[in-house]
Design a protein around this ligand. Sequence first.
Ligand code: NAD
Length: 544
Amino acid sequence: MSLSISKVPTPINEPVKGYAPGSPERTSLKVRLAQMAAERIDMPLLINGKEMRTGKLAQSSMPHRHAHVLGDYHQAGTAEVQQAIAAATDAQKDWANLPWEARAAVFLKAADLLAGPYRDTSNAATMLGQSKTCHQAEIDAACELVDFFRFNVAFYERLLKEQPYVSAPGTWNRLEHRPLEGFVFAVSPFNFTSIAANLPTAPALCGNTVVWKPASTAVYSAHFLMKLFKQAGLPDGVINLVPGSGATVGDPVLASKDLAGVHFTGSTRVFNQMWRTIGNNIDLYRSYPRLVGETGGKDFIIAHPSADPVALVTAITRGAFEYQGQKCSAASRVYVPSNLWPKVKDLLVAQVESIKMGDVADFSNFMGAVIDAGSYKTQKAAIDQAKAASDASILVGGQCDDSEGYFVRPTVIITTNPGYRTLCDELFGPVLTLHVYAESKWLETLDIVDQTSPYALTGAIFAQDRYAIQQGVERLRNAAGNFYINDKPTGAVIGQQPFGGARASGTNDKAGSVLNLQRWISPRTIKETFAPPTDYRYPFMQPE
Ligand code: NAD
């Protein structure tokens, strides 16, 4: 691998397009949406650059119109997974031996394609397959992914500059940023096209080769991402796509001696299960696999009695209900002081009732459908439980209808019990739980927020009082990896708020930062001595 360092363009965040009526981007996205919705495509596996069809088919359909099938994808079995592992290990030497600039160029080209001619395809796939509005698709499948590609190249260049501080006279010390020995297993969630793409590409930029398993409900956008990588010049075998059921794909991969790392985003339960399997298999592996997992959340907003109620309610509405609450960062528990409650209640009920929900191809909608029947069932069960509970009730929302799409109205559960189940468990949908606390109990409530749930991903405090803000910053130090003051807890931007949480929310390796990339290298220290000693004896040993 080349050690040469050249300057990469300084990245700036990809500007977010507005899609206002009459704008050219709105017109062209609508055309692409109609084209893609009118097709039913066949989606093969991609192993060593070759399309592979197993005939074991599953459907990708629209969550907001589940009878509408967008395509049929082929599922991998054990044999195909073994082929993908072989393809990744075979490709590694050539890929790793390329000068780093050559690998970086592939991803910089992918960024340019995505920012330009590929933008509509990536956005439309994410809207149709994952039920995102045009704005939610734009900030994810276009802008954040462009940022991942461009910023990761700049971060990687920075990582390569990390070299030993000193070389003693007559020697030269240097660090070679080798990729890991073996392949990386990337396992992605349904909810962000950008995360799905970053999981395989961040390790690949560093010279690793990858077996990639996308979420079954996001194979449609993954199919188009593979086309983008190919168009950008990614060589065969570097990223191998194997959709399929979790265990069918996961078990043979985790049993491979060449497993060098896992780059995972998804639920805590699945990551824990993978970690346990890896622990049990530990004697099999050539190296200790790197385990990077960004997992669940139960993200909070807590307001101090000095908070601005209007700003608070806007943050709750956007933070909890955009993309149907299916962001790992989405606010899902809120703590409001008693002095603000009458005003907050009126504003919140009015705002949530005004939310328009429906087909994402109708640009007047703020929300689409939840991802699938499983999620719909989870949300409905939590709503039904609150309706029947003695210590909780539905403040607003609560209507569910899955006749056409998996629609759950934005819902606020209010509870008098600070330990109520939905203040602790992740639901991953548009169902928020709210607790009103006595305004004199600010500090006690901070401790409750810290201790209520096992997660620690994102959190926000709203306050005007500077002392109160500082109390929140200190007492909630370990309650969130991304902490916001007077802002909603969603919407982290690459290069601005590196993202990730600790406790049950993951290994906190901050996707889209130098901290994440360093997990995909295994540095080799090289010391070269120009005039090696020729006598083993030291001067102190000489006669007096
Ligand atoms: P999920 O855990 O159900 O699935 C994630 C991936 O794991 C999928 O590709 C799935 O097929 C795969 N999988 C399941 N069982 C497996 C096994 N035995 N072996 C290998 N792979 C297996 O998660 P999801 O529903 O797709 O996404 C939602 C979850 O992701 C939520 O918990 C959310 O909080 C979390 N998330 C976290 C972040 C973050 O940055 N912390 C970001 C996005 C999503």
